[in-house]
Design a binder for this molecule. Structure first.
Ligand code: N01
Length: 555
């Protein structure tokens, strides 16, 4: 069908979501390209992840001075974080401040969930519908829906019959949940569970943790922010700090270790692990030894070191046995940092139940029944994670050319070009989509890279009056295999993680994020742009073939 390009859409772009990605995209497109934008946000306020994840102990694992936008030098100088790691309420205040300071709210419609988005081939526009009855058209569709936002409450028989209260960490109530004097269950020991468990334990009468997989976690050493460090070393040097973070592997302004764990003496190795354990935080993963991420023997030394710490901290030998992670290597699941996680199991009011050996059979009106035992609870907390990376897309009916749904297109796992675009879905861009390095890096750094790149691409298209841009199928295929090849030799392939979709029954087992590092990814995206946006098809323009290969830099 010939495109009728004379019809003007309602908006230049519709952006879905008002978290870091949506807010940043809105500001950039409106302020720097002068575009008309409509943002739809399901929540009643801005914040995205940080609007919904209000569970006790929720805070970010990135240090606060780099967990923010870098686009405004004034904002960087004005904003003061109070903690070394930013707490959820403070991140939410920050994002509200950004929304107010840059007058973003006037383009955001809250309490509105996008239900469908369809590419109209006769006009080359997207038609977007919402649960509030909106139906609008836009030239570009940009998703800022997060990659870890579709909550996973496992289907356990009897949940409807439970007479107490139950919550999922990812959609926590806005009112305070009172654990005082209550018998509480927490199911799940991922990032959310590990943060919530120590805090709930301090309030509840009794806390029972249902663990399927034991975890490696490193102490965060959370504290109030070091003001001298911020005023003397961070604020005057922000340009250099961001530059370093942008080209790093992980989005942090730190030097990754280049040493091998196998080429130092046992004493040196232990000294290094002890030093990073004492320092705390994500540095243990990147700062100790380079090959713990790729070499199983090197990794064993780190894994065993953490197990030795668990044995040292936890007093009850049976609980120690249950807590020791032995079925997957350190770093194969999302690396965790914690505050008093293992110490919590020394409390009198805390019990650990191993549901791998005694699985949950059902939820009863009074509590939880496992194969071996029956428990009574007032509150059940599901810290059971998310249908990550694809789940939030599948909650909407997204249709590209020939009425193909994204769900059909991704039925064997997500397929994207650069994690930013999908063949057959013209003018649709994803911020932090599958195939991008976002979930393996400091999020705001990845998000800003996506925002800048997409915005530059849109400017390129507009300057040339190009109506549509879509990923070439060949380019997409090459990128998907590149993503797989990069992940193949890493520890990531050795655990049942949400990176692989393994936490959702029936989900295709495909490694979804790009593990080559944010700096390498940035380089690739820049190369694509410098080569006239190689790998994209422009309207009826001739195809440009991709030239990416797996051997081109692995970060
Ligand atoms: O979810 P998870 P999360 N029966 O999937 C268990 C980000 N995040 O919300 O390991 C029983 O990691 C599951 O067991 P197993 C971060 O990227 C960041 O904690 O699958 N148990 C696991 O223990 C993170 O990775 C921050 O065997 C079941 C847990 O539930 C991502 O969000 C804070 C089960 C789920 O762990 C997700 O973290 C919070 C079942 N049917 C989140 N299904 C910070 O920056 C699942 N489990 C600090």
């Amino acid at each position: 069908m010939a495109a009728n390009s004379d019809i003007t859409p309602d908006f230049d772009a519709v952006v879905i979501g008002a978290g870091f990605a949506g807010l940043g995209m809105l500001r950039r497109l409106r302020e720097e390209l002068g575009m008309s934008i409509q943002v739809y946000e399901a929540g009643a306020g801005v914040g995205g992840t940080w609007y919904w994840n209000r569970y006790p102990g929720a805070r970010c694992d990135s240090e606060s001075y780099v967990y923010c936008f870098s686009f405004s030098k004034e904002l960087l100088q004005d904003w003061n974080w109070s903690g070394k790691y930013p707490e959820q309420p403070e991140i939410l205040s920050y994002l509200n401040h950004v929304a107010d300071r840059f007058d973003l709210r006037r383009n955001i419609q809250f309490n509105t969930r996008v239900t469908s988005a369809k590419f109209l081939e006769d006009t080359n526009h997207w038609q977007i519908e919402t649960d509030q009855g909106d139906r609008v058209t836009a030239r570009f569709l940009i998703t800022g829906i997060g990659c870890i936002s579709a909550g996973n409450v496992p289907e356990i028989t009897g949940l409807d019959s439970f007479e107490g209260d139950w919550y999922h960490t990812g959609s926590w109530p806005h009112e305070e949940v009172d654990f005082d004097g209550k018998r509480v269950a927490v199911i799940g020991t991922g990032s959310s569970g590990v943060q919530a468990i120590p805090v709930i334990a301090e309030q509840a009468k009794r806390l029972t943790v249902f663990q399927r997989t034991p975890q490696y976690t490193i102490p965060a050493r959370h504290e109030t922010v070091d003001r001298r460090f911020i005023e003397e070393e961070v604020k005057p040097n922000y340009d250099d700090i961001w530059e370093k973070a942008r080209w790093s592997k992980s989005g942090f302004p730190v030097d990754a270790s280049e040493r091998s764990a196998l080429e130092v003496t046992a004493e040196e190795r232990l000294e290094t692990y002890e030093a990073f354990w004492a320092k705390g935080g994500a540095g243990f993963t990147y700062g100790t030894f380079e090959d713990i991420r790729t070499d199983r023997r090197a990794n064993d030394t780190a894994s065993e070191f953490i197990r030795s710490k668990i044995r040292e901290i936890v007093k009850d030998p049976e609980t120690v046995e249950r807590l020791l992670p032995t079925d997957h290597p350190f770093g194969s699941k999302r690396a965790l940092i914690d505050t008093n996680y293992f110490e919590t199991y020394n409390r009198e009011n805390v019990e650990l139940v191993d549901i791998r050996h005694s699985p949950i059979q059902e939820i009863t009106p009074k509590g939880i029944r496992t194969e071996d035992e029956e428990f009574e609870f007032d509150i059940i907390v599901f810290a059971t994670g998310f249908d990550a990376m694809t789940g939030s897309f599948f909650r909407m009916d997204i249709r590209g050319r020939n009425d193909l749904t994204l769900k059909e297109k991704w039925s064997e796992g997500p397929k994207t070009y650069l994690g930013l675009q999908v063949a057959g879905f013209p003018n649709m861009f994803m911020i932090t989509g599958p195939g991008s390095p976002s979930v393996l890096s400091n999020m705001p750094v990845a998000i800003e890279q996506h925002i800048e790149w997409v915005s530059d691409f849109i400017e390129f298209l507009s300057e040339r009056s190009i109506k549509t841009a879509e990923a070439d199928l060949d380019a997409e295929t090459v990128w998907v295999s590149h993503v797989n090849e990069i992940a193949e030799p890493t520890m990531f392939m050795l655990a049942n993680s949400w990176y692989l979709g393994a936490n959702i029954p029936g989900k295709p087992r495909v490694f979804m994020p790009y593990a080559g590092g944010i700096g390498t990814y940035r380089e690739k995206c820049n190369e694509v742009a410098d080569n006239g946006y190689e790998g994209f098809i422009f309207g009826s323009a001739s195809r440009k073939r991709p030239s990416l290969t797996a051997s081109q830099g692995t970060g």
